[in-house]
Write a protein that binds this ligand. Structure first.
Ligand code: KG4
Ligand code: ZN
Length: 342
């Protein structure tokens, strides 16, 4: 049997300080996440400088706990992996600098990982039988990408948002209906009590690729609805607004994804990213994939939102492909998927 590859992975691109140890890209030996959400809730969104400072505070403890929980010693790792983009520059720099120092001290190679590649690879952890090729919808706070995963580490983006990301739309609409930050989980929860047919919000068509998305029109339409209703002294049923907005997002995401799966002839479809933990979206994809006889893969919610286990999974395939980064590895806030820095 071939030797096990144990990777210590670090993720700090936004407001989660996370570290994990992953074996052979699929087996999670430890997964530690320190979420800063409570801190940023006070400000209605992530404040980059506060996030950077909190990462500095926590990263030592989080990484140490990930090593301890794994039952391995630092010397037993084969590499240190770290998210180097995309994300907020300050938070990314904390993780990258820490990973470089740790790798240098322990004489281990460094593997820099693309955050979105990490989200996609969360599916390998949750579904040990999953292998490329498959189509994947990545829906997070900063990205909405429809991606052909043609092989391990090989991605082709066939659709993306022209304006707001899906998660961003959830967060902005939640704020406008008084649910606060982070909006996604709150809209998900109150939508269960609302009628998704109550208000007919638009399902946007965009000018670019037929698989591109746009959510800013939908967001404006929710704001217009709220303004008009309050000017006319009409009662606003928050649950109905949330459920109708969520349904509009689901219809567009599911519609584009299923069209693309059919057009490109994929038999496997996966979802990834924070918004992939939305219960309505998960159910809609489950139903639509079953109708089409397409195998559907999805990580559990804890592996959808930011974590380092997904970075360890992605790093394993990069490591096997020979990717090693030097001590000049830098944070790249706008790193594109498929673009490699070596
Ligand atoms: O992937 P993620 O943790 O961080 C980024 O890489 O951006 O995604 C965070 C986003 C936020 O916009 C959050 O509101 C959204 O994912 N989100 C959800 C749910 N849980 C998190 N959106 C809809 N429904 C949810 N249950
Ligand atoms: Zn993310």
């Amino acid at each position: 049997m071939s030797e096990n590859i144990n990777i210590l992975a670090i993720e700090s691109s936004c407001d989660e300080t996370a570290a994990a140890v992953v074996r052979n890209g699929r087996e999670v030996l430890s997964n530690v996440i320190y979420s800063q959400i409570d801190l940023h809730t006070l400000y209605g969104g992530v404040v980059p400088e506060i996030a950077s400072r909190k990462h500095i505070d926590k990263i030592n403890q989080v990484v140490q706990k990930a090593i301890d929980d794994s039952g391995l010693k630092l010397e037993e790792m084969n590499a240190v992996a770290v998210t180097y983009g995309p994300g907020l520059v300050g938070p990314l720099l904390v993780g990258v600098s820490f990973a470089k120092a740790l790798a240098y001290g322990a004489d281990l190679p460094i593997v820099g990982v693309h955050h979105i590649e990490g989200h996609i690879c969360a599916n390998y952890i949750a579904n040990p039988e999953l292998e490329p090729p498959f189509m994947c919808l990545v829906v997070s706070g900063g990205h909405t990408h429809l991606v052909k995963v043609t092989d391990y580490g090989k991605y082709e983006i066939i659709g993306k948002t022209e304006d707001d990301a899906a998660g961003e739309a959830f967060d902005k609409v939640a704020r406008s209906i008084g649910l606060g930050y982070p909006g996604g989980p709150k809209i998900d929860k109150v939508s269960k009590e609302g009628n998704p047919e109550a208000i007919k919000f638009p399902r946007a068509k965009v000018g670019g690729s037929e698989y591109d998305f746009s959510f800013s029109g939908l967001k404006s339409s929710v704001l217009n609805y709220l303004n008009t209703a309050s000017m006319n002294n009409e009662t606003i049923v928050t649950e109905d607004v949330a459920a109708s907005f969520q349904q509009a997002v689901i219809d567009v995401l599911v519609g584009h994804s299923m069209d693309a799966v059919e057009k490109y002839g994929f038999s496997k479809f996966a979802i990834a990213g924070g918004v992939a933990s939305n219960s309505g979206l998960r159910k809609a994809f489950e139903d639509e994939c079953a109708k089409r006889n397409v195998q559907f893969f999805l990580p559990p919610p804890i592996l959808c939102t930011d974590n380092a286990a997904m970075i360890g999974a992605a790093a394993f395939y990069e490591y096997k492909n020979g990717v090693r980064h030097g001590l000049d590895l830098n944070a790249i806030p706008n790193l594109k998927l498929g673009e490699k820095y070596q």
